[in-house]
Ligand binder design. Sequence first.
Ligand code: GLU
Length: 480
Amino acid sequence: MSTRVRFAPSPTGFLHVGGLRTALYNWLFARQQGGSFILRIEDTDQSRRKEGALENLLEALEWAGLDVDEGPQAGGKLGPYVQSERLEIYHRHVQQLLDDGHAYRCFCTPERLEQLRDRQRKMGVASRYDRHCRNLPPGDAEARAADETSIIRLAVPESGRIVFEDIVRRKVAFDLETVDDQVLLKGDGFPTYHLANVVDDHLMQVSHVIRGEEWLPSMPKHLLLYQAFGWEPPRFAHLPLLLNKDRSKLSKRQGTVAVEEYRTQGILPGALINFIALMGWHDQSDQDIFGVEELVQAFSLERVQKSGAIFDTEKLHWINGQHIRRLSLPEFREAIQPYFDTQWDVTEAMAAAVHTKVSLLSDVPDLLAFFFEDPVVYDDDAREALTGAEAAGILSMLLAKLDESTDPSRAGPSTDLSGEWFMSTVKAIGEDFGLKGRELWHPIRAAIAGRVVGPDMITIVETFGLEKCRERIRAALAAA
Ligand code: GLU
């Protein structure tokens, strides 16, 4: 049987990193096995519908590089792939369950159910349906259904155990006494998640269901549905929860959860994929940096861990830095373009100067801004460096050297100011003043770049050339 997996999100408006992890594990498994990766939209909860949700989702998956073989946009033989377009299929299947006695009509009003829940709450027992309508004669129920609103429930056996083998969690067992008579079809004619999910996984010939651990409690209901239909269930793998650093469930309050926000922050798609892949899975070598092809080779469901996976933003930034360094210079230049909102002409030399220094692409514009500012804006550290005791002396001396020098090495091959000449000139000034390190360099950096840290000085002075360096030093002296 060929490997067919699916990512089955409810379109809530954005792709959550937890959703991306589920999508990724499914995609990696499909690619590794030469199988198919299906996208199915589970939009049966009409109250949660959001305009544009599908478009956002497709865009996020495309950005992450997770190409879809079958889905609402990709098409495929076993569609439609949007559940709200499959209502007739669910009605047919639920009718079969009614006919076979695996499901029944329930006429209880929302008010009655609310009272029941209230009573159960007061008694301190778990809230569940009391099976009030379960024994209505089917003929009577059908007759009533002609002019009364009803829902359809699964007739869960009153006792017994359901046991199954999860690829991640191994043997899992549930006592049926604790399982509610699950609603399968709601009053508005839409199926619940449980019915639609099982029917679709079967009809779409899904071989492996890989999804978050929060769906594990649904397993007895799903397995009962497979039994009721007489279908062979797929294999299941439930992925560990994603946790904040304090081990609470990953939430918006403690950080970013929307994939598109990571894109805005300047995380490379390959880096996010690399990081997310490690949220619950490690290969034998404990390697940290993976290209996507390496992940396809190395991934295995058997090595997915049971315990919760901590979402460590610092690690994400570190991994992103590593991926940034792996880009070629032209690739890096292209990757940073969208983060500039001004029309700056970032040269290859400028890009090279920050290539190995950043861990977020969105930090680049700030780091390069001083090349384009006119006049340069000093930050606090720069202002402090410029008021140091020797600052004016050092800068005056440097300006004099720049003004006077007839040294032929002053000009570099492609610029009228050689970085090497500049460095040795500053060193000589340092010797005269008995200064080196930050005491010598900070005032100079501050004057020319407006910051005391940043790209290397050679790149800076060669990019600016003689006139610009002189102009900035003069301005710094005037400002001091
Ligand atoms: N629609 C469910 C979700 O939003 C799918 C769960 C599953 O994969 O079965 O995550």
